[in-house]
Design a protein around this ligand. Structure first.
Ligand SMILES: *Cc1c(COP(=O)(O)O)cnc(C)c1O
Length: 244
């Protein structure tokens, strides 16, 4: 099991490096994030001990369950799932440094209130629904700039960029269109020069489409299956409005 994970990580690192070369980019500019939903802490630990540093959960419950088992090994936690406002307290308790799935103002406002009373800040990415699928979370592209402007008023939240889950499709052109949309949106928001907003990160691309995402400018790729294997739970459990 250990050798398996290590081998898969090597393969992913190679895919990232190759994609960067093909796109004329520096591999240092793309971070590998391990999407660890359903993965038990012993397996996550193998990846961390192999030198990976960035992991992310989709559900507060899983974050909570694995926290103690991984506490002693240095790493960074992001959160990439749909977050209910009543779980904000837990998000702050378990050392999440970046919320990548900020998709609505009421969540931002409640998070800001908490952070303010704790006297701390948090990095956030704005999640955008680039596929147009009703089942996917994220702000509509046309409303993203407005959300950025509103969130920028909340001084505990540091906007670093955008995140998306692209269309899961075998048609590369359609997947690419999602990632291109996110990049263009990032560029146009960046051109607005909103006070206090850094628009450098593009979190996009997963096991099946990371090359496409890197070609379109991804700075963070989020990989689960290709490293840890197939998950027992379907992704609809994590991604759909009805089940979240
Ligand atoms: C599960 C998940 C990933 C990783 O997907 P894989 O196809 O397993 O690589 C990336 N991003 C989000 C938001 C996820 O929930």
């Amino acid at each position: 099991m250990k050798e398996d994970i290590l081998h898969q990580i090597t393969l992913i690192e190679k895919r990232i490096a190759d994609a960067c070369v093909a796109a004329g980019r520096n591999p240092q500019d793309v971070r590998l994030l391990l999407a660890t939903k359903t993965v038990p802490p012993e397996r996550i630990r193998v990846a961390l001990e192999a030198g990976r540093t960035l992991i992310a959960e989709n559900k507060i419950q899983e974050l909570k369950e694995k926290f103690a088992a991984l506490e002693d090994i240095p790493h960074e936690n992001h959160f990439i799932g749909h977050l209910q406002t009543n779980k904000i307290k837990d998000l702050l308790k378990y050392n999440v440094s970046c919320l990548q799935s900020l998709d609505r103002l009421d969540l931002a406002e409640k998070l800001h209130q908490r952070l303010q009373s704790d006297n701390r800040t948090m990095d956030v990415l704005i999640q955008v629904n680039t596929s147009g699928e009703a089942s996917k979370f994220g702000v509509e592209p046309a409303l993203a700039l407005d959300l950025v402007r509103s969130v920028a008023q909340l001084k505990t939240l540091r906007i670093k960029g955008l995140m998306t889950i692209g269309l899961l499709s075998a048609e590369a052109g359609k997947v690419q269109a999602c990632f291109r949309l996110l990049r263009n949106l990032r560029n146009s928001i960046r051109a607005q020069g909103v006070d206090g907003v850094e628009m450098n990160e593009l979190s996009m691309g997963m096991s099946g489409d990371l090359e496409t995402a890197i070609a379109e400018g991804a700075t963070i790729v989020r990989v689960g299956t290709a490293i840890f294997g197939q998950r027992p739970t379907p992704d609809s459990f994590y991604w759909n409005e009805n089940t979240a």
